[in-house]
Unconditional design. Sequence first.
Length: 488
Amino acid sequence: MTALDNVFLEIFPGEVHAIIGENGAGKSTLMKILSGVYPDYEGQLYVDQKEISFRNPREAQEYGVAIIHQELNLIPHLNVAENVFLGREPLTKSGFVDYKKLFKDTQTILSRLKLKVSPKAKVNDLKVGQQQIVEIAKALSTESKIIIMDEPTSALTETEVEILFSIIRDLKKHNVAVIYISHKLSELFRIADRVTALRDGKYIGSDLIQNLDEPKLIRMMVGKKMDDFFIKSNHTRNEEILKVEGLSLFDISRQRKIVNEISFNVKKGEVVGIFGLMGAGRTETFETLFGLHAKYTTGSVTIDGDKKEFKSSADAIDAGLPLLPEDRKLEGLILEMNIAKNISLSCLEKIQKYGLLQKKLENTLSRDYIQKLRIKAVNQYQQTKKLSGGNQQKVVLAKWLSTHPKVLLLDEPTRGIDINAKNEIYKLISELTASGMGIVFISSELPEILAISDRILTMAEGRLTGEFQPAKTNQEELLNAVIPRKTA
């Protein structure tokens, strides 16, 4: 199989060159060649008009090429500073790591990025968005000529995106070239100078951003018009399927509530969107509902008229309230396992007889969901890690749909997937709500929240701050509702 076929790319100093294409279009493969991850390929690579063949990422780095990976490439048990300068640590005269300089240099970069975390903080204690900024700090620390940014804003808040764009503009002034990959097309009109499109591993074309609009970008990416994409249907009924009253989560270490008296309801066939900035408590609310912090939780949850008490996530799943997590690779899937095993993990009782797992039942179950969810895979035995981001997300959905849920909690369900895959997720949400299922979903993308929700709840500092009807609100009003307010 050919991942790239005669692709052409030209990058100039001081420009932001966006690369667009669906998952599987060849973007990541091309970037791995440029950054030295894949040394075996046909064709030529030139840096400063000199033909180069990188044997590994270290050589690419020495030539001034750095990459910020979409899938975080950090070592979780090391601190921030150790990750930023990994392999390039400053040394004392006696040859030991100069931690004083290490922390000072890291703090300088973090201050530039306005990330308020300690250089000594462990990476696995940070939120996904904070880890993304650490990845950016790592690339900036190399003082590169070319920086590749693969979906750098996928987990960032609006404020953090503005900081990143400010950094990019500063890099341009210093003649640094940025190769920018994003599925958020609106970003390209704000930051890109030129755009190159790939489709099925082939070069489709390049143009100045000023000559393009969103429909043209979509046609370049997928060969379809915008009119062919998802249009929301309303399936809301009158019956209440989920009621949450006074839900709170107490953080012992900080001696305060990080989820504070949350109350809302969901009707059958309804999509309730939750919008807030990073640190608003959105993910913690979902985790609390899912029974992950039962010892520190107060409040009540009622599903289909029955009041529930969750002592664990298993109780939530049994009650019909599963959670699709924000980080599908770390928390939603076992990447080394195949599709069939990932799907069946949540419902082992359905594929066993006399206490023994039945391969035939497992295969039938997984094939059914591969077909229903239109998962693009060789077969059910394909390793999950070899699927595109959108298809991995569908496997997580299949895993939970096999439990026949009443309400689905979706935390950033379209993060890091292309517009076509997003469209398929939206259609699936529409199909599920048509059957009477309730959906509660978190998204950091305001256009998505407005397009998919029947109602929108806003959050700030662990509290609900408002409820809005999509047809009667706008992005400015929603943003105003999620900005933390100082109290006297």
